[in-house]
Write a protein that binds this ligand. Structure first.
Ligand code: C2E
Ligand code: MG
Ligand code: MG
Length: 541
């Protein structure tokens, strides 16, 4: 491909990176516009072709602050025949240019030299302010952030903060605005001042400057709210810069032993504080990490790192809960509900981890597995019986809707499952989120002869009025209605939902039937199908 000049142009012409390709004898084969923009703005890159690169490098060297060094480094890396990455040089006009080198080697001969150049002035500047610049690090209290985290973690252990204590991550936001307005030295000096103030209050060794504009603060006092108000009181948000004032926006995330009693080490305590400050950033408010948030974040991590392993190891399993005719208990179908036999946490129900799976974007992989598994199991049990299995599709799945349809079609064909043996459940909330897309998906599913249920109806964003635009076969009334069926007003609502459901689509199913009394009242309201613990618990095949 690299020999085809025309295609090269297409591939590299639009890159932001400057690309220079030299031939075996180091003459220019190709350069793109971004390259000339960096070195000779306005020059047509085609004019460079054929030029002698070493000679041009000699001419170019004065544009760098350390021109001779840059030239020596260029020649040295070419002689080495080895790739090089992230080599950064400052120009005399104050820019920072980063370059990568890739030799293409055949039989120990370099037949093509490829250079990529990027202007990293902005990133470099923010790196300096974040303290990654080694020369600057000592001054800003920042040497190496992983060392800083380790120090803080060890300290947490040695002062007993893991048993009783708290760690806060304090994040100064919008520092880039200050950078832009006053320059990096000013924002840097603000960060140094903040570090000193925090150290003055909490002790030199209990405060570290961490990554970017985040500070870690450690105390043996587990009261998170006290810690947060101490920090806010200390850090005066109004700062004078010359004769101007700026306002510092700080958010705090805290991990405390009051909420989490089993920190295994300081590193974990820090991870929790970091998660809290991340969340604080989203919420624009301080956050104290709750045990529940930690469990969710651990689950999210696991779903990302070992979903395939868990699926392969048989940790996931479908349980089936009967859907029943209330009057005589006849089983009309089953809903497949996902369970995770977690190696440490035991049996998790879908409610424990589906949201986490949606948040980290693995839900469509799970849905695909569920479709396949449900069809496989259905084919073993149902054979010709007139009974269906309902499969839940996640709200997020409409993006991959076509792909899911394909999986559904293939699985049904592979296991010889007929369309009336399968039903798909989609929650009302999901549909409301992207109604057009879901209506398209639902229409396609129904065209296959597969029924569609609207799940958890009545608690989502949509109303009875929008129902008329959504094609469906079953309406599953959210279990909150069943739970409150003692109230006459709720009975009225159920009656209306039943009538409308019937007019628009078909069957209405009440979820969460836990007692015979509820079953009786439902039937009085005209609802004849139910699902719930009273009628049958979810169980494996
Ligand atoms: P859902 O589809 O509304 O499923 C009913 C949920 O209510 C199930 O929780 C079930 O165990 C629970 N339930 C059943 N009967 C009763 C009862 O009488 N009382 C009470 N209080 N609860 C009852 P589960 O299994 O934790 O699932 C929660 C949600 O997770 C499901 O709500 C569904 O939206 C989703 N889900 C379940 N399995 C899957 C799956 O395979 N894929 C996807 N994408 N979502 C799933
Ligand atoms: Mg469901
Ligand atoms: Mg439901």
């Amino acid at each position: 491909m690299l020999d085809n000049e025309g295609r090269l142009d297409v591939v590299f012409g639009h890159l932001h990176e400057g690309v220079l390709v030299e031939d075996e004898t180091r003459h220019v084969k190709f350069a793109n516009k971004a390259f000339t923009d960096i070195f000779i703005p306005g020059l047509d890159p085609a004019l460079l072709v054929g030029g002698d690169c070493d000679a041009t490098a000699v001419d170019t060297a004065p544009m760098f602050k350390d021109g001779q060094k840059w030239l020596d480094a260029t020649r040295a890396v070419v002689a080495s025949k080895r790739p090089m990455s992230n080599d950064v040089w400052e120009t005399v006009d104050g820019r920072w240019l980063q370059r990568d080198y890739r030799p293409r080697v055949n039989d120990d001969v370099v037949f093509e030299h490829i250079w990529l150049y990027r202007d990293v002035t902005l990133e470099h500047a923010s790196r300096t302010v974040a303290g990654l610049d080694a020369s600057n690090g000592e001054r800003t209290g920042f040497r190496n952030w992983s060392d800083a985290i380790e120090r803080l973690g060890k300290r947490a252990k040695s002062i007993g903060a893991l048993e009783k204590g708290a760690m806060a991550c304090v994040k100064v936001r919008q520092l880039d605005v200050l950078n832009a307005e006053f320059g990096y030295e000013v924002s840097d000096s603000i960060l140094i001042a903040l570090l000193e103030e925090l150290r003055g209050e909490f002790g030199q060794v209990n405060v570290e400057r961490l990554k970017g504009t985040v500070f870690g603060v450690l105390t043996t006092d587990a009261n998170a709210h006290e810690l947060m108000s101490r920090i806010h009181q200390l850090l005066d948000p109004t700062r004078a810069i010359g004769d101007q004032f700026v306002y510092l926006n700080t958010v705090i995330g805290v991990a405390t032993t009051e909420n989490i009693q089993d920190f295994t080490d300081g590193q974990e305590m820090f991870e929790c504080a970091r998660q809290a400050v991340r969340e604080a950033g989203h919420r624009h408010a301080d956050v104290v990490l709750e045990a529940e948030m930690r469990i969710q974040s651990r689950l999210q991590n696991e779903l990302v790192t070992r979903l395939d392993e868990a699926l392969g190891a048989g940790e996931f399993q479908l349980y089936y809960q009967p859907i029943v005719r209330l009057v005589d208990g006849e089983v009309l179908g089953h809903e497949a509900l996902l369970r995770w036999h977690h190696p440490e946490r035991g049996l998790l129900t879908a409610g424990d981890f589906i949201i986490a799976a949606e948040e980290v974007g693995v839900i469509s992989r799970i849905d695909r597995w569920v479709i396949h598994e449900a069809c496989r199991e259905v084919s073993q049990v149902l054979q010709d019986r007139d009974c269906f299995v309902a499969i839940n599709l996640s709200p997020m799945s409409s993006d991959g809707g076509d792909e899911l349809l394909e999986v559904l079609r293939n699985s049904m064909a592979a296991f010889n499952v007929g369309p009336t043996q399968i039903s798909i459940e989609i929650t009302e909330t999901a549909i409301a989120r992207d109604q057009l897309e879901f209506v398209r998906l639902i229409t396609q599913i129904r065209a296959m002869g597969v029924n569609v249920s609207i799940d958890d109806f009545g608690v989502g964003a949509s109303t009875l009025a929008t129902l008329k635009d959504i094609p469906f076969d079953r309406l599953k009334l959210d279990r909150s209605f069943t739970a409150a069926i003692d109230e006459p007003r709720v009975q009225e609502i159920i009656r209306v939902a039943q009538v409308i459901g019937e007019i628009l689509g078909g069957q209405v199913i009440a979820e969460g039937v836990e007692t015979q009394a509820q079953s009786d009242l439902l039937q009085e309201c005209g609802v004849h199908i139910g699902q719930g613990w009273h009628l049958g618990m979810p169980a494996p095949l």
